[in-house]
Design a protein around this ligand. Structure first.
Ligand code: AKG
Ligand code: FE2
Length: 356
């Protein structure tokens, strides 16, 4: 084990969950068990069997003549009441999504030693490994991942970008460019659904940061006792998630119940992150979500965290404050926002620390 990292921007190295699962243990090691020691993290909320995450049709949003108004109203309600929606007709082809999914699957199928060629280095989060493991007694997620900064191009650390499978790099390059196009459209429509059509906000995602986390959730002998990812909200502007499974794993908290996201071929799951929560002055919320795991099947997801241009301050949009409307969040520079995020107390609410 390594020494304690300085803050959350780095992670202690922990064993591969895939390797653990290969050994077909009957029981899960104590470090992954969440339903003991008063953790209570699993049992806190029941699941909700009948609710469905809303759908948004990008083709209708684009159609300014007839269907846009109604779809913008749906988008507004989705962002306000859920903070998440399934996006269809977003312009990314099924083959592009499938290619990306296949590359990630093939990467995780490689022997451990091969994957470790692109392992996280001490003091950084990028590369193959785990995120946010800061102490030896912290509960662990049933998850292996590879995390890579993809855009702007100058932020890429290519030495951490797998060269096996051979088409991995170029597939990820293309995917990140395509995701940026979708993100810029989605953010434009989000500002329209807020009634502010703020070009500064939507344009800031052109020169934005795009970090991609590829998750592998191996099968687990005791799935109801572990979590793939513990409950959290994303610190992004928005997050675009490609679910590569044909069974649910991702869950969002709605009215104090966990709602499954049913994977839909060709759809992208979009959720609001804490930066858009701040910019919308709290009208839209970054929802709590988590991943659960399956007893028999492995699941993969590809998650793009999209951030505005780092030159842009993170605060409520001007058009949503003033004239009797008070700002409920502080305005921070990008650097201040991330400094706060990476030095936050894991027991306290990050979004609350941003309030006025
Ligand atoms: O893989 C999933 O379903 C959830 C991943 C997630 O929430 C994250 O990486 O932030
Ligand atoms: Fe997340």
């Amino acid at each position: 084990m390594n020494s304690t990292p300085a803050n959350l921007e780095s992670s202690l190295s922990v064993p591969s969950v895939q390797e653990l699962a290969f050994q077909r243990p009957e029981k899960v090691p104590a470090r992954y068990i969440r339903d003991q020691d008063g953790d209570g993290i699993i049992a806190t909320y029941p699941s909700h069997p009948s609710l469905r995450v809303p759908f948004i049709d990008m083709a209708k949003l684009v159609n300014a003549d007839t269907q846009q108004k109604e779809e913008l109203r749906k988008l507004h309600l989705a962002c306000k009441d859920w903070g998440v929606f399934q996006l269809v007709n977003h312009g990314l082809s099924n083959s592009s999504l499938k290619n990306m999914g296949n590359q990630v699957k093939r990467f995780f199928e490689l022997p451990l030693q091969e994957k470790k060629r692109w392992a996280q280095r001490l003091g950084t989060l990028e590369g193959y490994g785990q995120a946010f493991v800061t102490s030896e007694d912290q509960k662990l997620d049933w998850n292996d991942m590879i995390f890579l900064k993809c855009l702007p191009i100058q932020n890429r650390k290519l030495d951490l970008w797998p060269q096996n499978p051979p088409e991995f790099r170029e597939t990820l390059e293309r995917y990140s460019e395509e995701i940026r196009e979708v993100t810029m459209s989605v953010v434009k429509f989000i500002t329209m659904s807020l009634g502010i059509q703020d070009k500064e906000i939507s344009e800031s995602f052109r020169e934005g940061l795009y970090d991609i986390r590829m998750n592998c959730y191996p099968p687990c002998p005791e799935p109801e006792r572990v979590l793939g990812i513990a409950p959290h909200a994303d610190n992004s502007g928005i997050t675009l998630l490609l679910d590569c499974a044909d069974f649910p794993g991702l869950q969002f908290l709605k009215d104090k119940k966990w709602v499954n996201v049913e994977p839909i071929e060709g759809a992208i799951v979009v959720n609001i992150g804490q930066i858009i929560e701040v910019m919308s002055n709290g009208i839209y919320k970054a929802p709590e979500h988590r991943a659960v795991v399956n007893k028999l099947k492995e699941r993969f997801s590809i998650v793009t965290f999209c951030y505005p241009n780092p030159h842009m301050d993170i605060g409520p949009a001007d058009k949503l404050t003033g004239e009797g409307k008070v700002a409920v969040f502080k305005k921070l520079t990008h650097a201040e926002y991330f400094r706060k995020f990476f030095n936050r107390d894991l027991d306290e609410s990050f979004i609350d620390s941003l309030r006025v």
